[in-house]
Design a protein around this ligand. Sequence first.
Ligand code: HEM
Length: 403
Amino acid sequence: MGIDIITPELYETRGFPDDDFRRLRRESPIHWYEDPAQGAPGFWAVTRYDDVVHVSRHPELFSSHARTSMFTELAEDDIALYQLMMLFMDPPQHTRQRMFVNRGFTPRMIKQLEEHIREVAHRLIDEVVTRGECCFVRDIAAPFPLYVICELIGAPMEDREKIFEWSNALVGADDPDYSTSPEDAREVSIQVLEYAHKLAAHRREHPGDDIATSLLEPDSDGKRLSSDEFAMFILLLLIAGNETTRNGASGGMLAFFQHPDQWQRLAGNRALLRTTADEIVRWVSPVNLFRRTALKDTEIRGQRIHAGDKVVIFYSSANRDEDIFADPYTFDIGRDPNPHIGFGGGGPHFCLGTHLARLELNVLFELLLDRMPDIRPAGEARRLRSNFINGIKEMPVRFAPSE
Ligand code: HEM
């Protein structure tokens, strides 16, 4: 069919393969994709909204076990290491753990973090605002969610640099500026797990008012997360909560640069902050795709899928499905309703950090409007070489210096 929806270099140079996604949604929504040149085994590419939701909501048909972001299986060593990670679990094992950690991420718990989130954003802006220029990714978008997570897990300030490096190495995409071999990533994972075990021991002795402390307490049935489960959850937070929000923030900023009318619109009507974060997540789709594996023979949209087949759901394509979104290729910060699935298709793995990510994006853009209202590009944004994360790794910006 002459399409290419996986080559990381193409994502780096042109962003989402919109033309190919449009064609797939129209002509072959459940498409067997095989490209020996890329060395990737075949998989079903699922590109329409309803089908991505269907796959997400039927874990009894489409398993998350040992899935990777990409198309290859996890190595045996990694399966052994990551089997306690919620992202790779199926119900009922997943259900138990998810119920346990949900209580740390309710809207009420997250609301309590707002002041801290505001402080972090102010501090990062303070550090650059007198200069009149900075790299939006390195100076603001990247440290912002990381510092918030450090607070969440009660990691001391002096460990933040180390945690920042770990986090970058863990999501090591196909980008030569970041790339980490699976062995290096495993090594870093082990270091993070050791660190999290120490954190758990410390928090048990010195409880704080952070989420880490609450997750170490028994639930209403008296059950606790084991230390291994706790440590793996910390590792997951570092992977799932960082790169995603970082790229939501930088991709959102870039979207405003490309649509200055929307920046002016928001400046003139702050009430639109209510719908802005969701439009940013739809537009940017920081997570492009996820993988499932069919557990039994089934059908999607009449297409036979065999047990064992790999099924890749493309959130970015679903978020531009013409059957769901009016003018899907328009960045409209007032879009309401906005049933995007940038946080997942609504199944059991639906993003745990949804409320947190929304709050982070809201706070950040509100403060940027206050403190850098004339923020503008000062050079080309450089994209990440990845078909998994829609990322920006460098984005020079300029603004009127102030105190
Ligand atoms: C899962 C997107 C921010 C924690 C996911 C999934 C997506 C996603 C697509 C997988 C859903 C599925 O498989 O059905 C995003 C985006 C974010 C963001 C776009 C920011 C704009 C965060 C934050 C945190 C977080 C801030 C936590 C601090 C998680 C966790 C999971 C997850 C723990 C796994 C849930 C499970 O397996 O049950 N996220 N995420 N995410 N996310 Fe997020």
